[in-house]
Design a protein around this ligand. Structure first.
Ligand SMILES: Nc1ncnc2c1ncn2[C@@H]1O[C@H](COP(=O)(O)OP(=O)(O)OP(=O)(O)O)[C@@H](O)[C@H]1O
Ligand SMILES: [Mg+2]
Length: 143
């Protein structure tokens, strides 16, 4: 059986000062474990964009990173409003961010496309009024 090392990060809603912490912490863990730097780089993008989305669009949630011998699985779970149209949300430039969020420099609609680009597998489960679970897999050796 493959050993799995798990880390969890709590992301608060509207916490602009703290957001980025999960990404920074995971980066440290991956470096410590000797995970290839390409994976570490991609993982920090995925976690950063996932924690931004959970913080801005869902009022907070939890990010979980599971590291096994051949891959890293990043899960972002929230109980926010859910995503009405995933295909639309995946398009570059699509954003429902408010003017206030845009004034802070976010809401370019690039987060999900960026997550997709940096993952080997991406799965998003969502239900309106219930929440969203994003699961990204990054393999250590790319086929
Ligand atoms: N966890 C989530 N809960 C609810 N809606 C979400 C969630 N994540 C993404 N969305 C929806 O998908 C849209 C696109 O997300 P994406 O991350 O690509 O862009 P953005 O967050 O709006 O802007 P950017 O990431 O460039 O700052 C969001 O505007 C929002 O409507
Ligand atoms: Mg985003």
């Amino acid at each position: 059986m493959t050993e799995v090392y798990v880390e969890e990060y709590v992301v608060k809603g509207d916490s602009f000062l703290e957001v980025g912490e999960a990404s920074t912490k995971l980066k440290g863990t991956l470096k410590m474990l000797g995970i290839p730097s390409d994976v570490t780089r991609r993982a920090s993008v995925v976690v950063y964009e996932a924690e931004m989305n959970v913080m801005i669009h869902a009022g907070g949630g939890v990010i979980k990173a599971s590291i096994s011998s051949d891959s890293l699985v990043i899960e972002a779970v929230d109980h926010g409003p859910g995503i009405a149209d995933i295909d639309l949300a995946m398009q570059e430039g699509y954003s429902t961010a408010s003017d206030r969020i845009r004034e802070l420099g976010f809401g370019a609609g690039m987060g999900l496309p960026n997550i997709k680009r940096n993952s080997d597998e991406l799965d998003i489960e969502t239900a309106l009024g219930e929440g969203t679970t994003l699961r990204a897999t990054l393999r250590f050796e790319r086929g």
